[in-house]
Structure formats: structure tokens, C-alpha cells
Design a protein around this ligand. Structure first.
Ligand code: BGC
Length: 269
């Protein structure tokens, strides 16, 4: 019997997969048998490296440049994916960034930039994916669901974050965006969920782990006692995209070593 965690011949678009969590998701999906569209906005070398790694392991991948906050570029990316692989089965709505500033000093550009990629980008890509799933119709031999959308959120969809209000607002937005489209698209068998990573070792939070002192401070926030690795998230993305998780719909899965457990209350309160 075919393993339910295999994604053979399904096509996945992973936005923002030239580095960090997105790159690990792209590689993990490729290893699980999916054709992967490695999307990037600027880092073509990182995207090519992800493609190379997938191909070296016997998988199929292409790199596609698109700024997910731009409607025409998102449309073109989906068109390229469909022209190359026939359809799209899985969207990992991952592209995201931080532009931190204290609230008082935050500019409208800082705000719009982060909301544009982290929230509007997820809207544009999910809408395009849902349209393609409906156009293509069911292929039960591939997957029970018509299509799967996985939104990359953050523990900061729950945990307020001073100095990062644009980012926290974008992830809070992703939470109700994801749940609302899950409510709307479930009847079509489009399965929608989020992954909410905690502190994962990537370029986005390098300052929080690159010195031993910073790492010790960060570990105070993680009851399980280690910083997450991108592969942790890649493994979950594969499972959440597979039929093994078919009855999970409209949920955020927090993957954070316990960061969202309010560790400050261990010896306080
Ligand atoms: C942020 C990281 C941060 C982590 C935990 C993530 O969503 O992008 O910079 O380390 O949340 O606070």
C-alpha cells in the first residue's frame, strides 16, 4: 500500500523558499515525492541551491521569482507552475519577513511592507491556489483532499511582541484569515491549516541565537531547551500536506518547544 505520507506526483508551491523555513519545507516536500516550485523574491542563489538539493535527491523542482505581495506576479507564478507540472496540489504560504521598529518610530512604509508580504501575500497565493484546485477538480488517486493550503504563521499569532507590532499584527491576521477560508473552502474539500513556529534557527532571528549569551537568553523562553531547526518545520509541513492528516482542518499547529506555554510563569505569578 502506498504510504500516506508520500506526496508523489503532487505539485507544491512553497513561497519564500530560498532560505530558512521555506527552503527546508521545499526540500522536505521534494524528498516526499512532490514536484516543487521554489519561489523567491530576490535571493536567486538560495532558490537555485534548494532546486539543486531537491534534484540531487532524485526530485523535481524549479525556481520561480515572484513578489507575493503583487497580484500579477502571483498569477504569473501559478501559470508557470501549471504550465510546468500541470496543476498545483499544495501551497505552503510561507513568504514572510520582519521590519522591526519601536511603535513610536514605526513608519507607514515599515507597516505596509510587512503586512503586504506576510498577510496580503498569503491572501493572493491562497486565492490563486483555491481557484486552481477548483478548476482542476478531484484526483482521489493523488490525495483525498482537492488541495491543501498551509499558512506559515508564528507563535506571534498568539503572543504579543513589543517592537514588532507590524509582524505580530500580520500573524494575528494570518490566524483568522486561515480559519475563515477553512470555514469557507472546507465544503470543496480544500484543507487549510497553519503552522506556528517558535524560535527556529534561521536568518530572520540570527541576532537572537548567534552569540552564546543571546542563545542563553532565548533558551529561557523555550521550556524544551533547544532552538528549533528548519527540518522540524519541514517534517510537519509534509505531514500536514499528506493524507495522514486528512481530518485536520482549520487548525494552527504550534511547533515551538513550548514557547507559547508562558515559561515566565514557571517560578512566578
Ligand atoms: C520570528 C522570530 C522569533 C520567533 C519567536 C518568529 O515568528 O520571526 O524572529 O525568534 O518568532 O519569537
Amino acid at each position: 500500500m502506498k504510504s500516506k505520507t508520500r506526496l508523489d506526483n503532487q505539485t507544491a508551491i512553497v513561497t519564500g523558499s530560498s532560505s530558512g523555513i521555506g527552503k527546508a519545507c521545499a526540500i522536505a516536500l521534494g524528498q516526499a515525492g512532490a514536484n516543487v516550485v521554489v519561489n523567491y523574491a530576490g535571493n536567486s542563489r538560495g532558490a537555485e541551491a534548494a532546486v539543486y538539493e531537491i534534484e540531487a535527491a532524485g526530485g523535481k523542482a524549479i525556481a520561480v521569482k515572484a513578489d507575493v505581495s503583487k497580484e500579477d506576479q502571483v498569477r504569473d507564478m501559478f501559470k508557470t507552475a501549471i504550465d510546468t507540472y500541470g496543476t498545483v496540489d499544495i501551497l505552503i504560504n510561507n513568504a514572510g519577513l520582519q521590519k522591526d521598529a519601536s511603535f513610536i518610530d514605526m513608519t507607514l512604509d515599515d507597516w505596509n511592507f510587512v503586512l503586504g508580504v506576510n498577510l496580503t501575500g498569503q491572501f493572493l497565493c491562497a486565492r490563486e491556489a483555491a481557484r486552481e484546485f477548483l478548476r482542476r477538480g478531484p484526483r482521489p488517486e493523488m490525495s483525498v483532499a482537492l488541495g491543501k493550503i498551509i499558512c506559515m504563521s508564528s507563535v506571534h499569532e498568539l503572543i504579543p511582541w513589543a517592537g514588532h507590532v507590524n509582524y505580530a499584527a500580520s500573524k494575528g491576521g494570518v490566524m483568522l484569515f486561515m480559519k475563515s477560508i477553512a470555514q469557507e473552502l472546507g465544503e470543496h474539500k480544500i484543507r487549510v491549516n497553519s503552522i506556528a513556529p517558535g524560535a527556529i534557527r534561521t536568518p530572520i532571528n540570527r541576532m537572537a541565537w548567534e552569540t552564546p549569551e543571546a542563545e542563553q537568553e532565548l533558551l529561557k523562553l523555550i521550556p524544551y531547551g533547544r532552538i528549533g531547526e528548519t527540518e522540524d518545520i519541514g517534517n510537519l509541513a509534509v505531514w500536514l500536506a499528506s493524507d495522514e492528516s486528512d481530518y485536520i482542518h482549520g487548525q494552527t499547529i504550534i511547533m515551538d518547544g513550548g514557547m507559547a506555554l508562558y515559561p515566565g510563569f514557571r517560578e512566578n505569578g
